[in-house]
Design a protein around this ligand. Structure first.
Ligand SMILES: Cc1ncc(COP(=O)(O)O)c(C=O)c1O
Length: 361
């Protein structure tokens, strides 16, 4: 019988957000307003062409990204969601036996992709739940193939401050790839810290950087699976070699183009997120709860209770959220910012959960 590769034995399966029919889902940082309306129309328009393979070069969407960022199209590689892009990055740049640096409390798929390729993953501590640039720099050696940063970080919602990012990039060897996962960048309050044009400046200054973006959050297209990496053409060429030819399906390619142009929807999504985060902050303060101010579309809350028990109690109240046990935070939960109505149901369920689940002393 064929034997499984040894690298797979140590890998833990992904813990997804729970979808329970009839309950509100605030567990996966999706867009609570639904998909971009322009994307829905473009998606529907593709149904008579589904007998054809999609464009292997993803030309239309790449060109649209090129216009969007005012960067040549050879700066973009697109995948079936960022999850796939991460595996493509690993296939292109991470050698078996090399070292990869991640944060201790961050998105799990950096570890997954690196382990898949047989790399050794070093999880650097995050004091106060923030990326520690000095600790990362001291973990880097000549065998380090990649560093994965997440900004804003999932699940904390905190940014890697611009000055820290620049310091890290100035000191890291040029041979080490630095991946900055900016899946939630559109929700950042201060555009000086992340987003256009800062991202373009970063790419112009550092040729070892890949910036990651997704259509799953601000554009409401998580179900279609579209994510992309931006970087120097040499890095992108490597990703294009490693990517499979028809990885982004025809409907996703067309819907992605339309979503990029749906400025009204993007604005509405940002506004709801901004307004509702203030509503939630106020309610958490009234409940005496500690939370981390967020630059994203979710909030991390310290409950001082067993997070799994809090999750179950909130679920009984009609809402699924994310217990952060799989992120190494046993008493914290993460809630995605919903519509005004969803948030009110959540707050009711949360208040009840805090009454029934005992505080851990
Ligand atoms: C930080 C981060 N990166 C990447 C992803 C995956 O994005 P995609 O839906 O494009 O695969 C997520 C999903 O929640 C995420 O939180």
């Amino acid at each position: 019988m064929p034997t499984m590769r040894a690298a797979l034995l140590a890998m833990k399966p992904y813990t997804p957000g729970v979808l329970i029919p009839g309950k509100i889902k605030l567990a996966s940082n999706e867009n609570p307003l639904g998909p971009s309306p322009l994307a829905m129309k473009a998606y529907a328009d593709t149904i008579t062409r589904l007998h054809q393979y999609p464009d292997a070069g993803i030309t239309h969407l790449r060109d649209a990204l090129s216009t969007h960022f005012n960067l040549p199209a050879n700066h973009f590689s697109i995948g079936n969601g960022l999850d796939e892009v991460l595996v493509t990055i690993a296939a292109a740049f991470i050698e078996t036996g090399s070292k990869v640096i991640v944060g201790k409390h961050t998105f799990s798929e950096y570890r997954f992709a690196s382990n898949l390729l047989g790399a050794e993953v070093i999880a650097v501590p995050m004091p106060n739940l923030l990326f520690d640039v000095d600790a990362i720099l001291s973990a880097v050696d000549k065998n380090t193939s990649a560093i994965f940063l997440c900004s804003p970080n999932n699940p904390t919602g905190s940014l890697v401050p611009r000055k820290d990012l620049e310091r890290l990039l100035t000191k890291v060897p040029q041979s080490t790839l630095v991946v900055i996962d900016a899946a939630y960048s559109e929700f950042v309050d201060d555009p000086e810290e992340l987003g256009y044009p800062f991202e373009k400046q970063l790419l112009a200054r550092f040729s070892n950087v890949l910036l990651l973006h997704t259509f799953s959050k601000i554009y409401g297209l998580a179900g279609l699976r579209i994510g992309y990496a931006m970087g120097e053409p040499k890095l992108i060429e490597a990703l294009e070699r490693a990517r499979s030819p028809f990885n982004v399906n025809l409907a996703a390619q067309e819907a992605g183009v339309a979503a990029l142009g749906d400025f009204e929807f993007v604005q509405r999504s940002k506004q709801n997120n901004h307004d509702q985060k203030l509503v939630l902050y106020k309610a958490f303060t009234a409940l005496g709860l500690e939370y981390l101010p967020t630059q994203s579309n979710f909030i991390c809350i310290e409950t001082h209770r067993d997070a799994m028990a809090v999750f179950r109690a909130i679920s009984d109240g009609g809402v699924t959220i994310r217990p952060l046990v799989s992120f190494g935070l046993n008493t914290s939960i993460r809630v995605s910012i919903g519509t005004p109505e969803q948030n009110q149901v959540f707050l009711k369920a949360l208040e009840k959960a805090l009454q029934v689940v005992p505080v851990i002393v």
